[in-house]
Design a protein around this ligand. Structure first.
Ligand code: HEC
Length: 148
């Protein structure tokens, strides 16, 4: 009887504690060091950017790509360290010089013999293009941060 009392008060206390933490620190939702709700830096964007598409792209990117390519696209995601070849830096000039069609095709078909899987079953063409838009944004953001 007595141990049941201890167990239930433990459960109640844990419940109260988690409620209190979520109430007091609602912003602290980092997963594996990734900040999924990081604000988009609007100053880095061209005036005609479609922010709604960008938000979708960011959501997919953070869930599916960031673990390898890194939250900021530089290729140093949590999973990247023991990978050969390493995940590409998506913010470099090589990527910036590729067309949207080329990038969308890589995301669709993957790269054989590497960890870069085909995403055609997971993401439709619209979603893949939203991610391409987000990759472009990551490159812009990196330039913007480097050059002020
Ligand atoms: C499991 C790890 C992993 C995940 C997850 C992953 N990638 Fe990759 N990706 C790689 C690797 C490794 C390469 C580099 C292959 C190479 O060097 O040939 C790559 C290459 C690429 C390239 C080609 C770069 C170039 O040079 O042309 C693009 C674009 C890309 N990834 C985008 C994405 C997107 C978008 C997602 C999410 C939908 C994603 N990747 C998810 C590992 C990953």
């Amino acid at each position: 009887m007595q141990s049941a009392l201890w167990i239930w008060s433990g459960v109640a206390f844990a419940g109260l504690l988690s409620w209190a933490l979520v109430t007091w620190f609602p912003e602290d939702r980092t997963i594996l060091g990734i900040e999924p709700y990081e604000q988009i830096e609007f100053e880095a964007l061209p005036a005609d950017a479609n922010v709604a598409d960008l938000e979708r792209g960011r959501s997919y990117y953070m869930q599916l790509c960031a673990l390898c390519h890194g939250a900021n696209g530089n290729g140093y995601g949590e999973f990247s360290y023991r990978m050969v070849p390493k995940p590409a830096d998506l913010t470099n000039i090589k990527i910036m010089n590729k067309s949207d069609t080329e990038l969308e095709a890589v995301i669709r078909d993957g790269i054989k013999g590497t960890a870069m899987a085909p995403w055609k079953k997971t993401l439709d063409a619209v979603q893949r293009n939203q991610i391409v838009g987000y990759i472009r944004y990551l490159a812009l953001q990196r330039n913007y941060q480097a050059n002020g």
